[in-house]
Design a protein around this ligand. Structure first.
Ligand code: NAP
Ligand code: ZN
Length: 348
């Protein structure tokens, strides 16, 4: 076995502490990645704190991983030693079901082995995520990342990037469209950058008035403070597409009402409690309400290549791993600008 070290929580109430554990020996198709940066996704916080009521402890979170390959298995062909690679939200799937075959491995009909708070394909061996020094992963589930000086800014693309890119592509967001992004956090700020890069006119809907200038710098054309209902009224029926990235419970009807004829709203945020939706909020203007979950490997690679070609990275605050607790607190307070990323050198 390969000795690994990271930071883990032992229960929903406990704080992060150093944690030693084992990664599997390198198989013929595996690569060993020395993790350089790992983003902090709000999903890490939901799961570390058992807000989705499915947590497995001890838990080493982290699914926005980039690092350098230090070893390759005998049959690896996609990577060589010293390449840069990324790992996102899952590390394996059955590969043969309809969803896997159609490049939606995240919805594998047998078992999607998520990067942490999950199990390997044996459905027994726990998986541990990227708040750690190294990871072993099958090359099929690792992404190619071009070597850049800003790898910290690339890490969040592995979750925040793909989760926003995928629905924007699916709903053909582009020129001539009015797009709303609800919540300017890790996902939201990527949603703004990506939608703007695709040519849409972007409005940020935020509870934080202090984020207006940042929103405009990220590429937004308009900024609406949602705490004032008066601000929303004149916008009714104007939007083609809205991406809701909010992590806490909030009223969806208010945003559905902003959609024009045949407009669509996609939910990617996962608040703890279910939302109440009035049928008329959907019936009016024949609106669509949909969800979207991360993205498959092929689409994640497409997104990484798109971001590299268009010079898109995440705006990050890089922290040593010892500051996880503060980073969690600030993220929960919507005070992240706009993604915390752990510099894994601090683990040494
Ligand atoms: P984040 O960085 O904390 O951003 C969430 C943003 O939501 C905040 O910055 C804030 O923006 C807004 N917000 C927070 N509390 C709010 C409240 N009480 N009322 C209204 N707005 C509030 O989180 P994230 O990492 O982007 O993740 C967002 C959500 O997406 C999480 O629930 C996460 O689990 C989920 N997620 C889903 C997928 C998927 O595949 N679907 C993938 C990754 C993450 P303002 O300050 O602008 O209001
Ligand atoms: Zn995530």
């Amino acid at each position: 076995m390969i000795q690994a070290k990271g930071y883990a929580v032992q229960s929903a109430e406990s704080k992060f502490e150093p944690f030693n554990f084992e990664r599997r020996e390198l198989g013929a198709n595996d690569v060993l990645i020395e993790i350089q940066f790992c983003g902090i996704c709000h999903s890490d916080i939901h799961q570390a704190r058992n807000e989705w009521h499915n947590s497995i402890y001890p838990m080493v979170p982290g699914h926005e991983i980039v690092g350098r390959i230090t070893q390759v298995g005998a049959e690896v062909s996609k990577f060589k030693e010293s390449d840069i690679a990324g790992v996102g939200c899952f590390v394996d799937s059955c590969r043969v079901c309809e969803n896997c075959k159609n490049d939606f491995e995240q919805f594998c009909q047998k078992h999607c082995a998520q990067t942490y708070n999950s199990t390997e394909m044996d459905e027994k061996t726990p998986t541990f995520g990227g708040y750690s020094n190294q990871i072993v992963v099958d090359e099929k589930y690792a992404l190619k990342v071009s070597d850049t000086e800003n790898l910290a800014g690339v890490a969040p693309l592995l979750c925040a990037g793909i989760t926003t890119y995928s629905p924007l592509k699916k709903f053909n967001v582009g020129k001539g469209q009015k797009v709303g992004v609800v919540g300017l956090g890790g996902l939201g700020h990527m949603g703004v950058k990506l939608a703007a890069s695709m040519g849409a006119e972007v409005t940020v809907f935020s509870t934080s008035p202090s984020k207006e200038q940042d929103a405009r710098n990220l590429g937004a054309h308009n900024f609406v403070v949602t705490k004032e209902p008066e601000n929303m009224k004149p916008l009714a029926g104007q939007y083609d597409f809205i991406l809701d990235t909010v992590s806490a419970n909030h009223d969806l009807n208010m945003y559905l009402n902003l959609l024009k004829l045949n407009g669509a709203m996609v939910i990617v945020g996962v608040p703890e409690k279910p939302a109440g939706i009035h049928a008329f909020a959907l019936i009016g203007n024949n609106r669509t309400l949909a969800g979207s979950g991360i993205g498959g490997i092929a689409e994640t690679q497409e997104m990484l290549d798109y971001c590299a070609a268009n010079n898109i990275t995440s705006d990050v605050e890089v922290i040593p791993i010892q500051q996880l607790e503060e980073a969690y607190e600030r993220t929960v307070k919507a005070d992240v600008r706009y993604r915390f990323v752990i510099d894994m050198q601090s683990l040494a």
